[in-house]
Design a protein around this ligand. Structure first.
Ligand code: AMP
Ligand code: MG
Length: 421
């Protein structure tokens, strides 16, 4: 592998993206209990091993009957002796013609019974009591066959296929897995990520402000973005601007983390410490990617680990994360969908771009007249932190489009949905 070179390589966003995704192989799998599986990437399709419900059962508290015994109930109330009480979890004997049985929601419907009449629609007579057999029940109307009966397999057929590998498991998916009795599920392991920020001008949060300094706003944002896409943050440190110290921090991180991410220090500045500090690390290249924001970057896959050298400006960190880091981390975990959910939106005003460059515009979204409309969430200046806090998404102006004019449609990766009106 080539050593880092002084002259960065010029790439389009799509070239950069395919290099990153080619290097991001699926990581290891692990079995996790359902309580830890929400948001993880299922690594196997789900094929139901059972039918659900597993047996024919009642959806109401009431009386199990043979519908034919109530056929005359519209002219003259039918009265049936109560032969049994069937609680949830019971194994009832068959229901004899001319009798009924108290039955609870979720309890097995006895053979012979073909309907359940809800308790609200019947009258207990002759000392009948729903906790025991005996007495009689009066029915004032006929019932239809199958009324209030859930057939075995009506919900899930045994062998039914629900999803393919790559599914992002939701809370509701865990309900289905739980219904099938599955205690654990095979998912992609969380990538262990180390973050290193550079810059002698950076203050730790809570430190008093001093002239020439700014707070390290990227680390809390990046840490949260990483967690949100499934990563485990194993370390997050500020290494300053000394290239030796930064280089050592990178080497240490690469030895223990699946993914190492640096912030800042990769551009054309004479003192850029990531650029200088990477001198001894093989397999990492400096890039100039035709995207805005986020042009200067470093990337590599030394010994199968991933390394991202992000630019320092907050908007660049936010955009390169969505455009390159998130897809790679999601692929590593085995997700089939690599990006944020996407909508097509129409621009409310002209948006600057340039042919040959992919622009990521921080936008707010509004739904009007059956369409999504996107407006810039503030000045598109890479050093600003407010526009991405305001934004609902990143609008993508592709490299073929020299500028987006008002009314034109472009895809938007949704970072968060606007609140309901
Ligand atoms: P650099 O690429 O190191 O020249 O950084 C570009 C710009 O981003 C500079 O204005 C830095 O002060 C700023 N910057 C770098 N790292 C951070 C950080 N962690 N948080 C906020 N701003 C940063
Ligand atoms: Mg710097």
């Amino acid at each position: 592998m080539a050593r880092i070179v002084a002259a960065p390589e010029a790439l389009t966003y799509f070239e950069a993206r395919s290099r990153v995704l080619d290097a991001a192989h699926a990581g290891p799998e692990e079995l996790v209990p359902l309580e830890q599986a929400r948001g993880r990437a299922a690594r196997r399709p789900l094929v139901a091993a059972l039918a659900l419900p597993p047996f024919r059962n009642s959806s109401m508290d009431g009386a199990a009957v043979r519908a034919a015994d109530l056929a005359l109930a519209d002219r003259r109330a039918a009265e049936l002796p109560v032969a049994a009480v069937i609680a949830a979890g019971a194994s009832p004997s068959p229901l004899a013609a001319g009798s009924c049985a108290w039955i609870m929601t979720g309890a097995p419907v006895p053979d012979g019974a073909d309907a359940v009449v809800p308790i609200e629609e019947l009258e207990a007579i002759d000392d009948a009591d729903p906790t025991r057999a005996g007495g009689k029940v009066r029915f004032t109307a006929p019932t239809r066959l199958q009324a209030n009966i859930r057939e075995a397999g009506a919900d899930v057929r045994a062998g039914e296929r629900f999803w393919e590998a790559g599914r992002e498991l939701s809370a509701h998916d865990l309900g289905l897995l739980g219904g099938l009795g599955q205690r654990e599920v095979l998912v992609g392991r969380r990538p262990r990520v180390a973050v290193i920020s550079t810059g002698d001008e950076l203050l730790a949060l809570g430190e008093p402000m001093r002239p020439g300094a700014i707070y390290d706003s990227n680390r809390p944002m990046l840490g949260a973005l990483l967690q949100e896409c499934g990563a485990e943050l194993i370390s997050s440190e500020h290494a300053g601007d000394d290239p030796t110290r930064v280089g050592e921090a990178i080497v240490r991180a690469l030895a223990s983390a699946d993914v190492t991410i640096t912030i800042g220090g990769v551009s054309a500045g004479a003192f850029d410490p990531v650029k200088l500090g990477l001198g001894g690390v093989e397999g990492i290249s400096l890039w100039r990617v035709a995207m805005k924001p986020g042009r200067p970057q470093a990337f590599g896959a030394p010994s199968g680990r991933l390394f991202f050298g992000l630019p320092g400006n907050p908007a660049s960190v936010a955009c390169v994360f969505e455009a390159l880091v998130r897809p790679a981390l999601r692929k590593w975990q085995g997700f089939s969908q690599l990006e944020r959910p996407r909508v097509d939106a129409r621009a409310t005003h002209d948006m600057e771009s340039r042919a040959g460059r992919t622009d990521f515009v921080r936008v707010t979204l509004a739904h009007r007249d059956g369409a999504w409309w996107a407006s810039e969430a503030g000045a598109q200046i890479s050093g600003h932190v407010a526009p991405q806090a305001r934004a609902h998404g990143l609008l993508i102006v592709s490299e073929e489009t020299p500028r987006l004019t008002a009314g034109q449609t472009a895809p938007v990766w949704v970072l968060r949905w606007p609140e309901n009106e």
